[in-house]
Design a protein around this ligand. Structure first.
Ligand SMILES: [Zn+2]
Length: 167
């Protein structure tokens, strides 16, 4: 599968899913940015508010600890970006932790891991096979199994998105 950035749909579903939690750093940031698109789990691109951005060049990531990582590919600093949307660097951190010296880069930036992704896909296929085998034995296809199959599809789609594939 080759990445085809152009055919990505507008508006990320992952973004919509997080709307319920209005108080997290990632939502504070995403709600103030324009042309936000999900590019994978916990990852978005948007127009950079700190320079005259025509094509989204701001990469936004939510780290495992809830921090927001900002990277403008035109070189704007995190401080410029947050002040352009009326926030401060402290708003990028969850709770009361205001470690202002520690922003943007760090060990949270990790590459996409194909092995983990394929292990995940393999697991979902196993789940699907077990359900099919149960049905084959004559067990009724219940709502729970259907839901589980839908979840498997969603997880594989997520892996594809994280890998940069079109979805
Ligand atoms: Zn910028």
């Amino acid at each position: 599968m080759t990445p085809q950035q152009k055919s990505r749909p507008d508006g990320g579903t992952a973004y919509a899913r997080t709307n319920a939690f209005n108080d997290t750093p990632i939502d504070r940031v995403l709600h103030r940015l324009e042309k936000v698109k999900s590019t994978g789990t916990g990852k978005w691109i948007a127009l950079c508010p700190a320079h005259n951005d025509k094509r989204p060049s701001l990469s936004v990531k939510e780290a495992d600890d809830g921090r927001v990582l900002l990277k403008c590919w035109s070189g704007c600093g995190a401080a410029e970006i947050v002040s352009a949307i009326g926030l401060s660097l402290a708003d990028l951190f969850p709770g009361d932790r205001r470690s202002l010296s520690d922003h943007g880069t760090g060990p949270m930036r990790r590459p996409f891991n194909w092995q983990d992704a394929l292990k995940g896909v393999s697991h979902e296929i196993t789940v699907a096979r077990l359900i099919v085998e149960a049905v084959n034995r004559g067990e009724a296809m219940d709502v729970e199994s259907l839901d589980r199959l839908a979840l498997a599809e969603e997880r594989i789609d997520d892996a594809l998105r994280a890998a940069g594939g079109v979805q």
